[in-house]
Design a protein around this ligand. Structure first.
Ligand code: T5A
Length: 223
């Protein structure tokens, strides 16, 4: 059975995940590696309805446990209906957010117990581990300033500054080798500085992929 790769883009608000995921997918497709870009929450008809509940409902309308489980439900549907079939066909899936976001927002941000969130995620993904997570790092204020320039804010973006600082600290910790050793369900995580312009960040991501899989990707440049 041919298997593709699951490559996750993570990082705080405004780090540039949604901008970079399709650019990387395009680069891979142009290099002869079938790739698709997906995002969480959403990506399936049920997931898109869950996304609307999570992001568009008024502040305070969704409880903390319900919030976590809704993210998991969207994830379960995306993994089952789209990601696993794509990987089986040999497609490289670029996923904008995955389980690390739940650790950052629901565990560090909301304060939910990690062991219980981890168990729920296990049910949602059925043991699927990313081949690589690229963690886009950016100071919280710079990321929020990018989002502010874009205009309207969703429910999570409207959360208070302390919440976003807890989230930001959690993302910074995920690149730590000891954290990764104790969280094997998250797979390897590589940090990429996302403070530069869109092209600079794209080139940095491509470099990470070439280093990680030189037999697949570095050769393409020399052709
Ligand atoms: N969430 C998600 C949880 O709480 N738990 C979970 O388990 C999961 C999976 C998702 C929300 O759900 C939360 C996290 C989020 O709050 P979303 O709309 O998908 O909501 O939110 P984000 O993924 O955070 O999307 P953002 O748009 O806020 O951040 P991105 O994707 O990192 O940034 P992007 O690419 O959209 O860029 C933001 C702005 O900056 C510009 C872009 O043009 C855009 O205007 N930009 C740059 N500007 C300058 N230089 C660059 N290098 C730039 N890159 C992008």
């Amino acid at each position: 059975m041919t298997t593709g790769k699951l490559i996750v883009l993570e990082g705080p608000e405004g780090a540039g995940k949604t901008t970079q995921a399709p650019l990387v997918a395009e680069w891979l497709n142009n290099s002869g590696h079938p790739a698709m870009a997906l995002r969480e929450p959403g990506g399936t008809p049920i997931g898109d309805q869950i996304r609307a509940i999570l992001l568009d409902t008024p502040d305070g309308a969704v409880g903390e446990a319900a919030e976590a489980l809704l993210y998991m439900a969207s994830r379960a549907q995306l993994v089952d209906r789209i990601i696993r079939p794509a990987l089986t066909l040999g497609t490289i899936v670029l996923l904008d957010r995955f389980f690390l976001s739940t650790y950052a927002y629901q565990v560090a941000g909301r304060g939910l117990p990690e062991a219980e969130v981890r168990a729920a995620n296990q049910l949602a993904v059925g043991g699927l581990v990313p081949d690589l997570t690229i963690m886009l790092t950016i100071p919280a204020e710079q990321g929020m300033a990018r989002v502010a320039r874009r205009g309207a804010h969703d429910r999570l973006e409207r959360a208070d500054r302390e919440f976003h600082e807890r989230v930001s600290r959690a993302f910074a910790a995920f690149a730590d080798a000891e954290w990764q050793r104790t969280h094997p369900e998250c797979g390897p995580v590589v940090a990429v500085d996302a403070a530069g312009d869109v092209d600079a960040v794209h080139r940095a991501i491509v470099k990470v992929l070439e280093r990680r899989w030189p037999e697949s990707f570095a050769r393409d440049r020399r052709q």
